[in-house]
Design a protein around this ligand. Sequence first.
Ligand code: NAD
Length: 239
Amino acid sequence: MGTLLITGGAGFIGSNLVRYALGHSSDRVVVIDKLTYAGSLLNLQGPLDDPRVTFVRADIGDREAMAHVFAEHRPAAIVNLAAETHVDRSIDGPRAFIDTDKGTIELELAVIDAPLTVANFIALARKGFFRNNAIHRLVPDFVVQAGDPRGDGEGGPGYTIRDEPNELPYLRGTVGMALDWEDTGGSQFFITHSPQPHLDAKYTVIGRVISGMDVVDGIQQNDVIKRIRVWDGEQMIGE
Ligand SMILES: NC(=O)c1ccc[n+]([C@@H]2O[C@H](COP(=O)([O-])OP(=O)(O)OC[C@H]3O[C@@H](n4cnc5c(N)ncnc54)[C@H](O)[C@@H]3O)[C@@H](O)[C@H]2O)c1
């Protein structure tokens, strides 16, 4: 009995390969995965209960962690499937325009750092979800918050999305997804008036204001977002 090392084993192909290996050999299987937005332990439900499987959450770029895995498990073969996929790099810095009754706020969307959250935001804008949405929360010198169709802070699109914590810092004009607790983002987002480092890596940063910060500063509770438009590099969505 040998050991097969599969990197990216919590991804689409990797998790299927893990299942195949367990079903067709008596080998042990070591899975290394960083669990990025693309990987999930849900993909390994079943295999993780098999005593032949070891899961290691690590980055394949982490030399020390890799040396440790190799020393401990001495794999006979390695299949390297870890990769950053699903990021559409053909879209260069998509912009969103939040048209409010006080003026327009222009955002740069963090498509590389929060791809799923940005895709969700664009999909909602495309559907017209934010049309005539009241800005339901204002905390002076902290945030304005919008995207709640109910207007009481409890509303959302009817589903929730996974968090994508990233390394973008909360500065003045940072746009973040609002949450109740882990993985409960949907449509509510906020814009910071000032740096808020205690929010870093806790709330997915989806972009930053690149013009119209004076509009953000002037917004009062119950001001209205008329619509959100998104420039995807080729066309304006949500007009
Ligand atoms: N799915 C396809 O149709 C297809 C086609 C051709 C080639 N490929 C290639 O096959 C490989 C796997 O594809 P997939 O569809 O399973 O991708 P996937 O995105 O579903 O899985 C990739 C996995 O790698 C993990 N990962 C990413 N960066 C990592 C890192 N630095 N360290 C450790 N883990 C990391 C992710 O968490 C994820 O679980 C990729 O190289 C992809 O480009 C896929």
